[in-house]
Design a protein around this ligand. Structure first.
Ligand SMILES: [Zn+2]
Length: 264
């Protein structure tokens, strides 16, 4: 194939993760797609008044995207796109936009190009829909993080002891949490010298419940005190830092925006 040929044409559902200018009118768009994972497309002349792309994509939209696949440098060529879900709340609700930005940034940073992970597409869709319909919520951010860790295969093990394998029952003596090993050690093993730090039982119950919950609504409905949310923030923040290759700077920014009171 010569370099001038467009390549195979593909169709997919795609969420806009990032939009970057490459000239006054052209844009590089990073998408998370249902069937092709994270992809980047160049859209030439996207901002020209007569461009068929004008108004058809923006951050956090889900679009039907037609693109020419190019193998050489992971930058594909968009042919057309049409918005299916615009999620207009993100243009007027800055807290919701901050939460969405963090989740999109996490997916963008923690995935390889052109590596399909339909579970991640589904997770991002559910999370964006939740923020777009009901607004931002810290608990939903933590639910997303737990599900993201599961999708990436590094979820905290919260149901059984890492040493003896015994199930961890709520009525038993509290287990200890070991960050490096990514889970819990039962009180009996901890007493025999397994390293770990104490972890509040209600925080563990919340984490385990949200890890098992199929929808972000369960997290939103959980009654959490500010102290409990702060414990989640610390625990999950340290876990992400220990078990992921990327430092997610956007996390602290998003969480501080979520907690900022409204301007009077
Ligand atoms: Zn044990």
């Amino acid at each position: 194939m010569s370099t001038g040929e467009p390549g195979v044409i593909l169709k997919d559902l795609a969420i806009v993760l990032r939009v970057a200018p490459v000239s006054n009118t052209s844009r590089m768009v990073q998408w998370y797609t249902q069937s092709h994972g994270k992809i980047a497309t160049l859209i030439k002349g996207a901002q020209r008044p007569k461009s068929p792309f004008l108004g058809q994509f923006d951050l956090f939209y889900t679009c039907e995207l037609l693109f020419y696949a190019r193998e050489r440098n992971h930058i594909h060529y968009a042919r057309e796109c049409a918005p299916l879900e615009r999620r207009d709340r993100f243009r007027i609700d800055w807290r919701a936009a901050a939460a969405a930005s963090y989740c999109a940034d996490a997916v963008a940073r923690l995935t390889l190009p052109d590596a399909p992970q339909p579970a991640l597409y589904h997770l991002l869709t559910m999370t964006l829909n939740e923020f777009a319909t009901a607004g931002a919520a810290e608990a939903v951010v933590y639910w997303f993080e737990l599900k993201l860790l599961t999708a990436l295969g590094v979820q905290p093990r919260l149901d059984s002891c890492l040493d003896c394998g015994a199930p961890l029952l709520p009525a038993a003596r509290p287990p200890v949490f070991t960050l490096e090993r990514g889970g819990l050690v039962c009180a009996a093993c901890a007493a025999r010298g397994a390293a770990g730090e104490p972890c509040a039982p209600e925080a563990l119950a919340m984490l385990a419940g949200w890890q098992a919950a199929g929808s972000p609504r369960a997290a939103r409905r959980t009654h959490c005190t500010l102290r409990q949310l702060s414990a989640m923030d610390t625990l999950l923040g340290r876990f992400l830092h220990t078990h992921l290759d990327q430092l997610l700077v956007s996390r602290a920014i998003a969480l501080s925006l979520l907690r900022r009171p409204d301007a009077a």
